[in-house]
Design a protein around this ligand. Structure first.
Ligand code: DP6
Length: 355
C-alpha cells in the first residue's frame, strides 16, 4: 500500500448537507428492524436541512472513539444516540468504524428551538457521510444510484423517515405495486412522474410550539402495535398512496390536497385512539387548520395543510399562489405562531456534498 493511501486512510474528511422531508402519506407503525407497516411518500424540502462533517482516522487500537459537536458545542444525549448507532453500523455495514476515530460536527439550518423534527435531515446527513467515507476507502469517486440506495438504507436504520431525505423532489418508501423498484428496505427517488406544479410547491412551516413532544415518534410507532385500527389504517395508507401518485402525475391539486389533509388528521386520530391516548396538537394548530380550510373555500386558492408528529402546521400551496398566501399567513396565521416563527420552505433538489 502506498504512503499516499496510508495517509488518506488516516484522515478522510467529508461533509454533506441533507434536507428534511415532509410525508404526504405518513409512515406510522413499524415492525422488525425499522421496516414500515405501510408505504409512505414525501416531498423533499430545501431550507430545513442539516450540515454534517465527518473526519475518519484509522487508529491502531481496538474500539471506536467518537467526538461530537452540535453547533460547535458538545451535546451528550445526541452524542450517545449517534455512538450507539455507529456501533450497530460497525458490526454489519461499516467495519472500518470498529477501530477508528470519528469526529462529527453538525448543525441545522433551522433554529434550535423550532420544534422541527430534525432526525430525518440529521440522520440522512450522517448516513451520506458514512457512505462517502466507505466510497473513499474503496477508491470510488462517483456517487452512483447504489450509493444513494445504501445511504437511504443506512438512514432508515437510524430513523425511518430519514431514508426519504436523500432524493430530489419526492421519495417513496415501502412496497407500492405501481412503483417499480419500491422497497421496505430503502426509499427510492420519485422524480419523473411529477407534474411541474409540484416541482416547486411551497411548504411554509408554522411553528405553533417549540416544546419537546410529550410522546416521541418511536413511542408513537410502538403504540400502533396495539391500536385496534392499525390493520385498516395500513390498508388505507396503501390505497391513498396509489391515488395520490396519480394526482401528483396529473397535477390534480384538489385530490392531492384532500388526501394530504386526510393523512394528517388520520395520523393524529391514531394518536388519540392509542392506549394510552395522547394529543400532540395544540389549540393553535386547530385554529390555523380551520383558518386554512376557510380561506381555501372562500377564495378558491389551493392551499392545504399537513402535520408531522407534533403541533406544527405545514402550509402547502403552488408557487403561483405565493403572494396571496403570504398575505393570508402574515395577517391570519402568524399570530398563532410561537414568537411569530415561520420557516419558508419548498420542494428541494436533495442532498449536496459540501466537503
Ligand atoms: C409522523 O422516522 O421519526 O413524521 O423510525 O422511530 O425514527 P423512527 O420514526 P420517525 O417517524 C416519523 C413519523 C412521521 C411520518 C413520516 O415522516 O412519514
Amino acid at each position: 500500500m502506498s504512503n499516499l493511501t496510508e495517509s488518506l486512510k488516516n484522515n478522510i474528511k467529508t461533509g454533506w448537507e441533507s434536507p428534511s422531508n415532509i410525508a404526504l402519506v405518513k409512515y406510522w407503525g413499524k415492525y422488525d428492524n425499522q421496516l414500515p407497516q405501510n408505504p409512505s411518500v414525501s416531498f423533499t424540502l430545501s431550507t430545513a436541512a442539516t450540515r454534517t462533517f465527518v473526519t475518519y482516522s484509522e487508529s491502531n487500537h481496538e474500539g471506536m472513539d467518537v467526538s461530537f459537536l452540535f453547533d460547535g458545542h458538545e451535546n451528550a444525549p445526541f452524542k450517545s444516540r449517534i455512538e450507539k448507532f455507529l456501533n450497530q453500523m460497525s458490526s454489519e455495514y461499516f467495519p472500518f468504524l470498529k477501530n477508528g476515530h470519528i469526529a462529527i460536527e453538525t448543525s441545522n439550518s433551522f433554529p434550535h428551538s423550532s420544534g422541527i423534527a430534525s432526525s430525518a435531515s440529521a440522520m440522512s446527513a450522517l448516513a451520506l457521510c458514512l457512505c462517502d467515507i466507505e466510497n473513499s476507502l474503496n477508491g470510488n469517486t462517483t456517487f452512483s444510484d447504489a450509493f444513494f440506495r445504501k445511504a437511504s438504507f443506512i438512514s432508515r436504520l437510524a430513523s425511518g423517515s430519514a431514508c426519504r431525505s436523500v432524493f430530489p423532489l419526492m421519495a417513496v418508501w415501502g412496497l407500492v405495486p405501481t412503483v417499480a423498484g419500491s422497497s421496505e428496505e430503502w426509499a427510492i427517488g420519485f422524480s419523473e412522474d411529477i407534474h411541474p406544479v409540484f416541482h416547486n410547491f411551497h411548504d411554509d412551516i408554522l411553528i405553533i410550539s417549540p416544546n419537546e413532544k410529550s410522546v416521541s415518534s418511536s413511542a408513537g410507532h410502538q403504540l400502533m402495535e396495539n391500536n385496534p385500527y392499525a390493520p385498516a389504517r395500513y390498508t388505507q395508507a396503501g390505497d391513498r398512496l396509489k391515488t395520490l401518485l396519480v394526482a401528483i402525475r396529473d397535477g390534480d391539486i384538489d385530490t392531492f390536497g384532500k388526501i394530504t389533509e386526510a393523512e394528517a388528521l388520520t395520523l393524529h386520530a391514531l394518536m388519540m385512539c392509542s392506549d394510552p391516548a395522547y394529543i400532540l396538537m395544540e389549540e393553535g394548530s386547530l385554529t390555523v387548520i380551520k383558518k386554512i380550510q376557510k380561506f381555501r373555500v372562500e377564495t378558491g386558492i389551493p392551499v392545504w395543510f399537513t402535520l408531522d408528529a407534533g403541533p406544527n402546521v405545514h402550509v402547502l400551496y403552488p408557487a403561483d399562489a405565493d403572494q396571496q398566501v403570504q398575505s393570508f399567513i402574515i395577517s391570519e396565521l402568524k399570530p398563532y405562531c410561537h414568537e411569530g416563527k415561520i420557516i419558508r420552505d419548498k420542494v428541494g433538489t436533495g442532498p449536496k456534498k459540501i466537503s
